[in-house]
Design a binder for this molecule. Sequence first.
Ligand SMILES: [Zn+2]
Length: 352
Amino acid sequence: MKTSPYETEALETCLRAFSDLVASQDEIQRAQLGDDWAWQYSGGKSNFHLVVSVMIHGDEVGPLEGLLDVMEAIQSGKLQYDGLITCVVGNPEAGRRVKRFIDVDLNRVFDSELRARQPEELHYEEARAQSLMRLFDQCDLLIDFHQTILDSAQPFYICPWSEETWRWMRLMGGAKVWVTRHPHRGGGGLLCADEYVRQRGKPAVALELGALGFTSKARAGVWKSLSRAIKAINEISQKTATLSELANAEPDLKFYETSYRARFDNPLLTLKEGLVNFTEVQCEERLSPLGSDLDHLPDISAPQSGVILFPKYPPRDEGGEVIEPRPRELYRIISPLSSHPLELWTDKSTDQ
Ligand SMILES: [Zn+2]
C-alpha cells in the first residue's frame, strides 16, 4: 500500500504562509508580477535578479519549507539582500493532490512558443509555464529545487554543463556531486525550467534534495544554498569579490554522467529492495531480488560499475507485473567523468 509522502494539511499551512507573504506586498508589485504564486523582494542596491522555484513538480513539497524560511528572513531583514529576488511555487494544485502534475509534466513544457497561445487553450501546467517563463525571462540566475521519488544517499545537482552554473553550484554548497552532460548533447528538447533559462544564456541550477516530503534535509539544503547564493550576490554587486573567487574558495564538485539506461522492456522486471539514488554498484552485481518464490522474475545484473540513479519501484499486480503505464527506464547507472568538464566540454566557439 502506497502511503502519502506528506500530509496535505502541512502543505496547506506552507501555501498559506506563502500567500500571506505575497499578500503583504504592495498592489503595484503584485500586479506587475501577475502571478499569485510569485513573491518578490528588492534590496534596492543591485539589479541582479535571482529567481528561485520550488514544486515545479507538485509533490516535491519539501523545499517550500526552506524557501519560506529564506523569504521570512529576507522580509524581516535577518538575511540582508541587496538585489532582486523572485520566489515561485511551480505547481501548487498538483501538490494539493499529492501528484507530480495534473495534465502534463510542468518541467517538460517550458516552450517559448506557448507564450503566443491564448490562456483558455492551455492546460493548467501550460498556463503555469506561460506565467513562469515571463519571470524566468528576467532572471540572472535560476535556482530550481527538486526532490526525488526515492531517497538519495546524498543531494545532487542535475543539469547540463555550463561553466558559469558550475561556479554558482560550487559556492552554494548544496551538493558535492553534479550529474551533468555536454550542453549540446542528448536530453535536449526536454523543455525543463533550467534548460529554458540556460538557452537564454543565463546560469540555472537544478538541485535534488532527497526523497519527497517535508524533511529536515530539504529544509536545511534550501537554507544553506540560498543563503550562500544571496551572500555571494551581495559581495559580487559590492565588488568585494568575483564569482570565480567565491567559487574557488569552496571544494570542487565531483562530476557524473549517465553511462547506462536500463529499459523497462518487460513488465516482470523487478529491482531488489533498498536501492536508492547514489547507491554504488559493481559490474555484474545482482540487482533483482533473490528467493525461491521469485524464480519467475527475470535476472537483472549491473552491466557496469557505477552509481544507481532513479531506481523504479512501480505498483504491481498479484503476478508481479507492473501496472501500466510503466516507466520507460527501470534504473540508470551514472559514472564519474573521465576528466573535468572544463577540459572536456568548454568549447568557446559553441558555448553560449
Ligand atoms: Zn522534480
